[in-house]
Design a protein around this ligand. Structure first.
Ligand code: CTP
Ligand SMILES: C[C@](O)(CO)[C@H](O)COP(=O)(O)O
Length: 237
């Protein structure tokens, strides 16, 4: 039976949040954001193992959270200096696994992901080797280019064909590892997500879209904390 490993990327420092600790450690709706996210992945029937990456100096804090709530975590360790380096740290942990293993890469600071979304991302890998959660955009999106002190609109893509990408992103382990291995020496390439890495190094591999939700916010800026608090208090797993 193919196993499914969830990778919770929590290796960031939360520069945009500007808090004293990385935002994944902030208490929101009664417990740390990391704990809310672990609740979801612990409840998801499709998930066999959980891997958590933290900034090296905050691994102990995450260990205390995991022990306090009694989560079963296969590996907790340091991530990397960038998001993609943290993904690669996880891939190092999984180096001896079957290449068919399903890997769900998730921003630990998206605590409002649902169990059904996690399970749907794992399930779609029975039909595709790569997938991402995404939502339609209700705003019009434009392309711009800089014209000195002001940006000018240069492109108006049809928004029916656009999606806002969320996580989890789901991949067969062999595919993801191969693409990240190629990306590591590509110094000019700064990926913002793992789908970007796969798209660049395996452009022929279709990436399926799984329906996300507007509630699945990435807690990024200080104003996101109140919204996350409200949404987390209202949710049932
Ligand atoms: N070196 C890094 C950088 C980011 N992440 C994780 O990737 C997700 C991306 O969210 P983001 O908002 O970019 O997190 P930060 O990098 O912490 O935020 P900022 O960019 O504001 O510093 C987060 O769960 C974050 O912890 C990671 O695992 N390792
Ligand atoms: C992975 C991601 O959450 C998809 O929307 C996003 O690209 C992360 O961006 P960030 O700037 O690293 O927060």
């Amino acid at each position: 039976m193919t196993r499914t490993v969830a990778v919770l990327l929590a290796g960031g420092t939360g520069r945009r949040m500007g808090a004293d600790v990385p935002k994944q450690l902030l208490d929101v709706a009664g417990k740390p954001i990391l704990a809310h996210t672990l609740d979801v992945f612990t409840a998801a029937r499709s998930v066999d193992d959980i891997v958590v990456l933290m900034p090296a100096e905050h691994v102990d804090a995450a260990r205390r959270i995991i022990d306090h709530y009694g989560y079963s975590v296969r590996h907790l360790g340091p991530g990397g200096a960038t998001r993609d380096a943290s993904t690669r740290a996880a891939l190092g942990v999984l180096a001896d696994e079957d290449p068919d293993t399903k890997v769900l890469i998730h921003d630990a600071v998206r605590p409002l992901v649902t169990v059904d979304q996690v399970d749907a991302c794992a399930a779609i890998l029975d039909r595709f080797d790569a997938a991402t959660l995404a939502v339609p955009t209700t705003d019009t999106i434009v392309g711009v280019s800089s014209n000195g002190d002001v940006d000018l609109v240069t492109d108006l893509p049809d928004r029916a064909g656009l999606r806002r990408v969320q996580t989890p992103q789901a991949f067969r382990l062999g595919l993801l590892a191969r693409c990240h291995e190629a990306a590591v020496t590509d110094t000019g390439f700064v990926p913002t997500d793992d789908c970007g890495v796969v798209r660049r190094y395996a452009p022929d591999v279709p990436i399926a879209v799984v329906a996300g939700s507007d509630d699945n916010i990435k807690v990024t800026h200080p104003q996101d904390v109140d919204l996350a608090d409200r949404l987390l208090r209202d949710r049932t797993l």
